[in-house]
Design a protein around this ligand. Structure first.
Ligand code: AMP
Ligand code: ZN
Length: 482
């Protein structure tokens, strides 16, 4: 399998420290608000990656943090404390906010068929480990105390800017208009490992430490959590592209300095989901969530399908029209799967040949759109329905599109609609058992038959306004609420 590695800026064969075993780490959500569908794009693509690794027979240990402490929107003592902001907004404690949005995150993930990682560690549960790591960095001379805070000393590193070539001006980490630079730092890229002096007097969560009562900086949690659950050698580190710098750069700085050897073999970054007005952002307040998609009648798996149609290393543009196109394609696909007749023995040889082809296609830098193409190709194979269903079920272990599950639901639904059909003369109306709608649908069908198109259109518009979708079927019309 080949993956693009952001650290080397090349597509490379994916090699692990221990053959057959993958240590994988994912930067988890900051739980001060719902995840937006941009965040979830990253988690969907990472989920496909994990499933592909397992599909290929590798043993995967996947770890994720939950950022439930801090964090400042910048690297120094500036910006806003996101958790505190969430707590104030909702008149709740920081821990209540964290619990509520952590649960909401995993509920969204379940709806999107995103598997929960093997270990999920909230940052607040591992403060002693963070302190040990910070102390180790101080002992080895990679950190210094200034103005009450502990800083990482980036000047001690032979190599710091690993992901991007930044200009000096860009390297003013976290510096933004109207914010004074942190004068305690020896150089601009230095970052805080532990705060005791913060402008946030009302900081809710504080812990004792050798440097005074305070709280950890932005990056230490991922280095320490990964060290505890993945061990000293990490094979694969994932996150959205905005995390690459400075967050991942600083994770590498901390972990490699602490361990004294190279740390992570491959860096996987998912590019952003954008809306017409730029990057999606939680802090802007208004954003798209899975619940919103559901309210508007979209099955969350349509969003997963939409994400899989594009490559993870390209920015993806979200519009409702694009999502509607994905919905149309997904529904047609499910209808085709539903039309296959279950039962009978699948052909094992075809199955393993298809599996190999699928791995070659998707295993080339997680080419999920080729994975979807493989699904359509399988539907066209000159083989039994049982074999097709077995191939689709197998591919879906990686794609997670609910192909068989949604097809089974569609079959049940169609059978229910057919059972409630109302016959009237030579016309049948299949629907959800609402006589008023049945009557209108019939009236429209009669108007159409009599070439009274204006009347037929008027009734159709009335039905559409009530959320009724009409489909012509042999001998009549089928309706359903959408
Ligand atoms: P956060 O909850 O802000 O810590 O972000 C959770 C994950 O979502 C991180 O891996 C981010 O890099 C990623 N992310 C943030 N915004 C987007 C976006 N618009 N598109 C894709 N991924 C994103
Ligand atoms: Zn992280």
């Amino acid at each position: 399998m080949y993956l693009y590695n952001s650290a080397t800026r090349k597509k490379e064969p994916f090699v692990t420290h221990t053959p057959g075993h993958v240590e994988m780490y994912t930067c988890g959500p900051t739980v001060y608000h719902f995840a937006h569908i941009g965040n979830l794009r990253s988690y969907i693509m990472e989920d496909v990656l994990e499933k592909l690794l397992r599909y290929e027979g590798l043993d995967v240990n996947r770890v994720m943090n939950i950022t439930d402490v801090g964090h400042l929107t910048g690297d120094s003592d500036e910006g806003e404390d996101k958790m505190l902001k969430g707590a104030k907004r909702e008149h709740k404690s920081v821990m209540e906010i964290a619990k509520f949005y952590t649960d909401a995150f995993f509920s969204d993930c379940a709806k999107l068929n995103i598997k929960t990682p093997d270990t999920v560690q909230p940052a607040t549960g591992l403060i002693p480990e963070f302190i040990t790591m910070i102390q180790g960095l101080l002992d080895k001379g990679y950190a210094y105390v200034a103005g009450g805070n502990v800083y990482f000393d980036t000047s001690k590193l032979p190599r710091y800017h690993i992901f991007f070539d930044h200009d000096e001006a860009d390297l003013q980490v976290g510096v933004r208009e109207g914010v004074e630079e942190d004068r305690n730092k020896r150089s601009k890229n230095d970052f805080v490992l532990w705060f005791t002096k913060s402008k946030f007097e009302d900081q809710a969560l504080k812990w004792d430490s050798p440097w005074g009562v305070g709280y950890p900086g932005w990056h230490i949690e991922c280095s320490a959590i990964s060290l505890k659950y993945n061990g000293e050698y990490l094979d694969l580190h994932c996150g959205g592209i905005d995390n690459a710098f400075p967050h991942h750069t600083n994770e590498i700085a901390q972990s490699e300095s602490y361990l004294g050897h190279p740390w992570c073999g491959c860096w996987f970054h998912v590019h952003h989901l954008n809306t017409g007005d730029g990057k999606m952002s939680k802090s802007k307040g208004e954003f798209l969530t899975v619940s919103l998609l559901e309210e508007r009648g979209y099955d969350p798996l349509i969003y997963r399908f939409f994400c899989l149609q594009s490559h993870y290393r390209k920015a993806l543009m979200f519009t409702w029209e694009n999502l509607d196109n994905a919905r149309g394609a997904y529904r047609k696909l499910i209808a085709r799967v539903a039309a296959l007749k279950p039962g009978g023995e699948p052909d094992g040889e075809i199955l393993s040949a298809q599996r190999e082809k699928f791995i070659r296609a998707v295993g080339n830098d997680l080419n999920t759109s080729l994975g979807i193409t493989a699904v359509y190709d399988a539907l066209k194979l000159p083989v039994s329905d049982a074999t097709k269903l077995a191939v689709l079920e197998d591919f879906d272990k990686v794609l997670g599109l609910g192909l068989l599950d949604r097809a089974a639901k569609k079959r049940t639904e169609d059978a229910r609609l057919a059972a409630s059909a109302t016959a009237s003369g030579d016309m049948t109306v299949e629907g959800e058992g609402d006589p008023e709608i049945d009557a209108l649908v019939l009236e429209r069908a009669r108007a159409k038959k009599a070439k009274n198109f204006a009347e037929a259109d008027r009734i159709r518009e009335d039905l559409n306004a009530r959320g009724i979708e009409l489909t012509d079927v042999p001998g009549g019309v089928r309706w359903r609420r959408v």
